[in-house]
Design a protein around this ligand. Structure first.
Ligand code: ZN
Length: 210
């Protein structure tokens, strides 16, 4: 047993909670919680609204960082509109959690995403582009979700996602997904092929044509 004088971080502690503050947004004033990943030093954020630790299922979004979509209004993907819709839904309900996971470009990083977009400009689809660069189609990991939610006192979710991998990733954790809520985003001329590839090659559950 470590004594109280030893550092807080231990080998099995993948994530360290740092601090929290208020984050006023267009839709609500969230609580923002900062975490740092022990192994990599990567910084991650959770936004919460209302009492999320009362034991009842929490409306939730597990959002992986996409700088171009989330901050630069890119129409190459649907990340920005999904983030916005999730925050709006949480604000409307007055209760929920959004984990903002720093795994840019489905885990390949920002510069590699630019390389991948260039290959897509030349005709590859999003999966082929990643593979041509030597990456798996999707390198995202959800291993930090459990310690982040645990810290926030959350054990069951009403998960907003179109991605069955996220739902199955939760199965191995002590997190229950009580409900799956799709986020249907309108297609445009730039994201049409991307969204179709997500359905045909990555198993996403979107049915925007219905
Ligand atoms: Zn994106």
């Amino acid at each position: 047993m470590p004594s109280k004088d030893l550092p807080v971080t231990t080998e099995d502690q993948a994530l360290e909670y740092v601090t929290s503050c208020q984050l006023p947004t267009t839709w609500a004033t969230f609580q923002m919680h900062a975490f740092v990943e022990t192994a990599t030093g990567k910084e991650h954020i959770a936004l919460t609204l209302g009492d999320v630790a009362d034991g009842t299922p929490v409306l939730a979004r597990l959002h992986s960082e996409c700088l171009t979509g989330d901050a630069l209004f890119s129409q190459r993907c649907d990340c920005g509109p999904q983030l916005e819709m999730a925050m709006q839904k949480i604000a409307k309900e007055g209760r929920g959690v959004l984990l903002y996971l720093r795994q840019e470009g489905r885990g390949i990083g920002l510069l590699n995403k630019v390389h991948a977009y260039r290959l897509q400009d030349q005709g590859a689809d999003t999966v082929e582009a990643n593979q041509q660069l030597g990456f798996a189609a999707d390198l995202r990991s959800y291993s930090l979700v459990e310690p982040m939610l645990k810290h926030l006192g959350i054990s069951s979710l009403r998960l907003m996602t179109n991605n069955p991998r996220k739902i199955s990733a939760m199965l191995g954790m002590q997190i229950r997904v009580e409900e799956h809520i799709p986020l249907i985003i309108e297609r445009n001329q730039y994201n049409e092929r991307y969204l179709s590839t997500k359905v045909s090659k990555l198993g996403h559950l979107m049915q925007p044509d219905l």
